[in-house]
Design a protein around this ligand. Structure first.
Ligand code: SAM
Length: 359
């Protein structure tokens, strides 16, 4: 039964969720590979955890497995849909009936042709962009917001699998997809999106679970969300690494356009990235220091902070510690990369840093 969640009831009886598998993301700076290392710094007594820059949701998911009430947030909508699907969602999965709905013909050709118009022959063939538009037109027919979020999550993941390097900041996708050597290394380049979606489906359905806390997923700029939150015990901050890898909207614009299905933006340069970008505050040298100051000031009532950082970003770790010191005591933990496969900033010899900030 490929469409059913394969979650074992015994996991719930024991309240042991640690065996539930997080579907492997392909996202710049995802902390999936550092989950076990980060887990040891999350105190047992922290019951409510904010994953403030949640991205692929890997640390929010870790905390959900640890039984925490997770509040996840990312200012990009396609990421917050992963949060709805895997963090907030307790039991909704995609069934074979849902798949039938999603794989039906385009329900409104006039409204739903954005992918075909923008991205044909840039990232996908016409057949594939038409499939994406039809799929998108049918998402609204699913029964509830969690099923819709799962549909977005899985189709977006299928798109990153099909494109070389898993992002949309280059225009070589179709050239690479025609290169026999590349195909030999990665057959996903020539597989239909529909097949990739079906292959991923069970993995995502199986990751839906209820940890008996009411977890939440937001889609806000963190500086606007923080004033409305209360009762948070621990905040995990994993901001973009300024001056290193900060341009998430350049890399993943296509997923954001697909999820929002904007018609009122300009689509610029060879990749057809939407313009203007959403404002982050954590992407440019000009703004970042002030944004950190605001972030920490707005978080002063949250007792514990964990901050992921990298020793190649701006500002330097010393400056960041100076900004934190009026609020918290800081300990610096380092994990050295063995090889250049650590994700964002993962040059051999660089380190993944975790700032442990306590009252
Ligand atoms: C380093 S990534 C987080 C990776 C994540 N921890 C994971 O494991 O996948 C930083 C994230 O911050 C988000 N972001 C950037 N500016 C933001 C803001 N002002 N508010 C909320 N999220 C923001 C980006 O969309 C990106 O997903």
């Amino acid at each position: 039964m490929i469409y059913n969640a394969a979650i074992q009831p015994s996991l719930f009886e024991d309240n042991n969720y640690m065996d539930i598998k997080f579907p492997k993301p392909q996202y710049l700076g995802a902390k999936y590979i550092h989950s076990n290392w980060i887990a040891q710094f999350i105190p047992e007594k922290a019951k409510v955890v904010l994953d403030a820059f949640s991205g692929s949701q890997s640390i929010g998911f870790l905390c959900k497995k640890m039984g925490k009430k997770v509040i996840s947030n990312d200012f990009l909508k396609f990421n917050s849909q992963i949060g709805k699907a895997l963090i907030e969602n307790k039991n909704e999965v995609l069934t074979s009936e849902d798949i039938q709905i999603l794989f039906s013909g385009n329900s409104n050709l006039k409204e739903f042709n954005l992918m075909e118009t923008l991205f044909t022959d840039i990232f996908f063939t016409r057949e594939e962009t038409k499939f994406l538009d039809a799929f998108r037109s049918n998402i609204s027919y699913l029964g509830n917001e969690y099923k819709k979020a799962l549909a977005f999550t899985i189709i977006n993941r299928a798109m990153t699998r099909k494109v070389t390097m898993g992002h949309f900041a280059h225009t070589q996708a179709l050239t690479y997809a025609a290169d026999p050597n590349r195909i030999k290394r990665n057959r996903s380049l020539i597989r239909p999106l529909k097949d990739l979606f079906l292959e991923l489906l069970n993995e995502y359905n199986s990751a839906v679970f209820d940890n008996k806390s009411d977890c939440l997923a937001y889609n806000e700029n963190i500086l606007e969300l923080l004033p409305s939150l209360s009762g948070v015990d621990l905040a995990y901050f994993d901001p973009p690494y300024c001056d290193s890898h900060a341009d998430y909207q350049g890399f993943y614009h296509l997923l954001e356009t697909y999820t929002n299905y904007w018609k009122d933006k300009d689509f610029i340069n060879g990749t057809k990235r939407y313009s203007p970008k959403k404002h982050s505050g954590f992407e440019t040298k000009k703004e970042i220091i002030n944004s950190f100051k605001m972030l920490f000031n707005l978080s002063k009532d949250i007792p514990y902070w964990l901050i992921s950082y990298n020793d190649r970003s701006y500002p330097s770790i010393e400056t960041l510690v100076e900004i934190i010191t009026p609020y918290r005591n800081v300990n610096i933990e380092k994990k050295q990369y063995q090889a250049g496969r650590g994700g964002k900033g993962s040059v051999a010899g660089s380190s993944e840093i975790l700032l442990i900030c306590k009252p």
